[in-house]
Design a protein around this ligand. Structure first.
Ligand SMILES: *Cc1c(COP(=O)(O)O)cnc(C)c1O
Length: 453
């Protein structure tokens, strides 16, 4: 089938407002979707089959001209906003200078600059080095590779509800079977899932939860067999689980005492998302390695493993790299993102967004008893939905309510993402460019969605 409707031709600037002009999905999206079904496998599914034609700031525009308030930012990638002029200018300029050179053949300066910026802005006042890669999963793979080389040990510890990617090793490290792992095994070995800290569900203090995690790993693996412990300071796909106070510092202390590399996967939580450069800062931990991807380059694919120089230097020459890894166009975009965070004081926007969104979500929780928990930091917030009337007792997950709410929101021009091992969490990852006005408009839609449940 072919797309019979001509694409909408407009170059008008995108006004930062919600506009629903057609049924969702509209006729143009439906026509493209029909073509897609013939050539794209069902394994690549889309949360909402509206086809995006343009985007700017916190608004995405579909093929039918509908405008959505984007509360997902392509899963926390468009942190500084869609088509940010500084990112577009930097990437465009770089395209016509050098598009690709391969850093492991003939290097270029922007790769070095990104490494300097990561060394400067990741937690810890010590010498750091960075390897650049293409994707988050590839960063996780390389972090494990380096930690194993440095320690000479095989074991990889991860937490329940973790998400680390879709490659073979990172599928093994990811917790949830459906849809990430089911039928795709066998998986890489020596990966161990330990219980995490999930205050809403386990009621444990940070110290108690850390004792449980450490006790589990000591019993089932043994500290001396572990190369690394990989944690998301705030779990992403797992449902924005914020660990209890003291949990992460206790894990770090145990890692340090036992020669285990403590790795923070900040792929979703990092790069100014939470009102700090990295979420680790909120918990007082200084990881041995920090992993970045998603928000680092305003939508261009690049990822980083930044770690203590002595750990990063353990690999032999030629042991690390990749054809497209640290691509010059993506690296130029990453430099522009760091510059924007500094020059526009975007860390303050994370706090501004929390200041508007968090009280509004707590007010909704007071109104609707399906909202069992409200949590998160900065522009990384979530609500966990439970069966009505069970909020404080059984905490029975309510994924049906999540899909009803996200569907209602999409129909009314608000893009919301679900999350969580039980699929019962709605997460909010707006761009730092979102205005208070757009946030309030989206909250109004959310309120209507809950009222319509
Ligand atoms: C998205 C994500 C990854 C994987 O990144 P990709 O670029 O999709 O490979 C790994 N860890 C976390 C915490 C993520 O959110």
């Amino acid at each position: 089938m072919t797309d019979t409707l001509a694409p909408l031709q407009t170059t008008d600037p995108i006004v930062q407002e919600r506009r629903v002009l057609t049924a969702i999905p509209g006729p143009r999206s439906q026509a493209i979707h029909a073509r897609r079904l013939a050539v794209i496998p069902g394994g690549v599914s889309s949360a909402l089959p509206v086809y995006i034609a343009r985007a700017h700031g916190a608004i995405v525009v579909d093929a039918d001209g509908n405008q959505y308030i984007d509360l997902g930012s392509g899963i926390g990638v468009m942190t500084i906003g869609h088509t940010d002029p500084a990112v577009v200018a930097a990437a465009t300029a770089q395209l016509s200078l050098v598009t690709h050179a391969m850093f492991t053949i003939t290097p270029y300066e922007s790769y070095v600059r990104v490494a300097e910026l990561l060394a400067e802005h990741t937690p810890g006042d010590f010498a750091k080095k960075t390897v650049l890669l293409n994707s988050g999963a590839e960063a996780v793979e390389n972090a494990v590779k380096i930690a194993r080389k440095f320690t000479g040990r095989p074991g990889v510890a991860v937490l329940e509800h973790a998400y680390h990617g879709r490659t073979n090793l990172t599928m093994a490290m990811t917790f949830k079977a459906m849809p990430y792992k089911a039928g795709f095994g066998p998986f890489a070995g020596s990966v161990h899932h330990a219980p995490n800290s999930y205050p809403f569900r386990d009621g444990l203090s940070g110290a108690e939860a850390a004792r449980r995690t450490i006790g589990y790993l000591e019993k089932t693996v043994g500290a001396s067999d572990l190369a690394c412990l990989v944690v998301e300071p705030i779990q992403g796909e797992g449902g924005f689980v914020v660990p209890a106070e003291g949990y992460l510092p206790a894990l770090q202390e145990w890692c340090t005492a036992n020669g285990i590399v403590f790795i923070a996967d900040e792929i979703q939580s990092g790069m100014a998302r939470t009102g700090a450069y990295f979420a680790s800062e909120h918990f007082g931990v200084v990881p041995d390695m920090v992993l970045t991807a998603k928000g680092i380059a305003g939508g261009l694919p690049i990822a980083g493993v930044t770690g203590r120089a002595e750990i990063m230097d353990s690999s032999h020459p030629g042991g690390l790299g990749g054809t497209f890894a640290g691509n010059p166009v993506a690296a130029a975009a990453a430099v522009a993102v760091f510059d924007a965070i500094e020059s526009r004081n975007l860390l303050a926007d994370g706090k501004r967004i929390e200041g508007v969104l968090l009280p509004a979500l707590l007010a909704l929780q007071g109104k609707y008893d399906v909202i069992g928990d409200v949590r998160g930091i900065g522009a990384m917030l979530a609500i966990e939905l439970v069966l009505p009337g069970t909020g404080s007792t059984t905490k029975e997950p309510n994924p049906a309510a999540v899909s009803a709410i996200t569907t209602y929101a999409a129909q009314h021009g608000v893009l919301l993402l679900s999350a969580g091992t039980f699929g019962n969490i709605i997460r909010f990852l707006p761009s730092l460019a979102i205005t208070d006005e757009l946030l309030r408009d989206a909250i109004g839609v959310l309120d209507d969605a809950f009222a319509a449940l």
